[in-house]
Design a protein. Structure first.
Length: 504
């Protein structure tokens, strides 16, 4: 069995469940119920019962477990408070490894200065060599943020509630006719686990939504049983360049953990729609294959995909198989130019460039999006896509429209319309659209006081003409801030920094 992280990597979303609470329990039952909920990824009830048990015992180990649960839920604010209390009150070193987790909660909230301090302290004191390597990677990412592209022309906004729900939406791809295809969890409400005989599993299905005259999307429709098979999760789709074939992943889950089945299938388009799907058997084995994307190498059509097959360089690596007249060639690993000991996932290829997400290179937080270029014989060095495409949260599944004018990505970053489950907005990823705009006004804000440049502040730009949510940027390494503005709008620019009164 693979754990939750593997399920997120292979399927593309977190399988989180919500159980039915027990009304009354003694201390032992609280712990047993919390442990059972935690092991089932039922984080809402795990928090409740660990919290009730902690109130009774004040056991610091329970507080550490609660911090871990909050972190896995993506509730980094509450996780940080727990970790901070554990680390700063630790007199014996019992919770010294939690400093690494504390640093990550700060990093994922964009608190880069504070995270850098904690990562440096951890790296200089830990005896865990793997932890030291990981912390050093994060340190390099923070220290080199000023070298990343600002991408102020790239405007990233969430799709509306027609597409995004409180659950997971991911792997967006636009078809040649403008229709948006994507995968999503079935159901609009929280998953309820009652007992093994009556529990209903929530499954991932592939949907399509046509573009309407207003520029939005019509109500999505689920693809037929040729694609969406009962008892399986379908997702991670892509199309061949000519639009005649659709590749996707079909996976079987046992409860909330990934079973031994995750394989790539292909369906051919016919006059009535998508035909029955066939397994790409030549690349399958006793391992996972997932996240296919169509591309070109050495003048041949290839399918890039992600796998944990033996012989790789770490967790999930990117491979390719050449499309042959009667099938597909044996898989080829893209090598250490691209693959690292961490996970490389969600590849997308267009016009000689391969985009993918990884935690194995210095970045802004969780998964960042990177790219490499193909010169006909070799790949270029890996380059971080930079700001806007990436954030302090997990950013994945970048894809571009056939004409390259727009794109999509899947991200956990918060937004004002993000829906919540059981009061939490931290659960699940949403699909965002990427629009490349012509630069009208490139505002460069330079901040200083009587002593010189001010480093580590935040600039907020408010569009007074539209009343939209302010655009906010924090810069830990310099005092320069870039914003893309419309020439016919009025704006208010406000600067804030701890220890200073806000100014505009």
């Amino acid at each position: 069995m693979k754990a939750l992280l593997t399920a997120i990597t292979i399927i593309g979303f977190a399988m989180i469940s919500w159980g039915q609470p027990i009304e009354k329990a003694n201390y032992k039952m609280m712990i047993e119920t919390a442990d059972s909920a935690y092991n089932s990824n039922d984080y809402i009830n795990a928090i409740k019962w660990y919290g009730d048990a902690y109130k009774e015992s004040k056991d610091k180990n329970l507080s550490a477990l609660m911090a871990d649960v909050y972190f896995k839920m993506g509730d980094y604010v509450k996780a940080e408070k727990r970790y901070n209390r554990l680390v700063n009150k630790d007199k014996t070193g019992e919770f010294s490894e939690d400093r690494y987790r504390l640093a990550r909660t700060m990093l994922y909230q964009g608190k880069y200065g504070e995270a850098l301090t904690e990562f440096r302290t951890y790296a200089s004191t830990t005896e865990d060599l793997d932890g030291k390597v990981s912390a050093t990677l994060y340190i390099n990412g923070i220290e080199n943020m000023d070298k990343l592209s600002d991408n102020i022309e790239a405007v990233v906004t969430p799709l509306d509630k027609v597409i995004n729900s409180a659950l997971s939406e991911y792997s967006p791809r636009q078809y040649v006719d403008g229709t948006l295809y994507y995968a999503a969890l079935v159901g609009k409400k929280a998953i309820e686990i009652k007992d093994e005989e009556t529990a209903e599993e929530s499954t991932s299905r592939i949907y399509m939504a046509a573009r309407n005259k207003e520029g939005g999307y019509d109500e999505p429709t689920e693809l037929g049983t040729q694609i969406n098979r009962e008892g399986f999760h379908q997702g991670n789709l892509c199309f061949s360049e000519d639009g005649k074939r659709m590749y996707f992943t079909r996976a079987k889950l046992n409860g909330n953990e990934l079973g031994d089945y995750a394989k790539i299938f292909v369906s051919n388009k016919n006059d009535s729609g998508w035909g029955g799907a066939e397994e790409m058997s030549s690349i399958q084995g006793d391992y996972y294959t997932t996240q296919p994307t169509s591309g070109q190498l050495y003048g041949n059509e290839v399918i890039f995909f992600v796998s944990d097959m033996p012989g790789g360089f770490g967790g999930m690596d990117i491979y390719y198989t050449t499309v042959l007249g009667d099938g597909y060639s044996s898989p080829v690993n893209l090598g250490q130019t691209i693959n690292t000991p961490e996970d490389e996932i969600t590849p997308f290829y267009k016009d000689g460039t391969l985009y993918f997400a990884s935690k194995g290179y210095p970045g802004l937080g969780g998964f960042d999006i990177f790219y490499v270029s193909w010169d006909g014989s070799d790949w270029s060095d890996v380059t971080n896509m930079g700001f806007n495409y990436n954030s302090s949260y997990d950013d994945q599944y970048l894809s571009l429209t056939p004409d390259g004018s727009k794109g999509f990505l899947t991200t956990y970053r918060p937004h004002k319309d993000k829906k919540s489950i059981k009061g939490s907005k931290a659960c699940c990823p949403d699909i965002h659209q990427v629009e490349l705009r012509d630069i009208i006004i490139d505002l460069l804000a330079y901040i200083e006081d009587e002593k010189g440049p001010l480093i580590g502040g935040t600039v907020e730009v408010i569009d007074l003409s539209t009343g939209e949510e302010p655009s906010t940027k924090s810069n830990f390494t310099t005092n320069d801030f870039n914003f893309l503005l419309d020439s016919d709008h009025d704006y208010l620019v406000r600067y804030s920094k701890e220890g200073y009164f806000p100014d505009s």
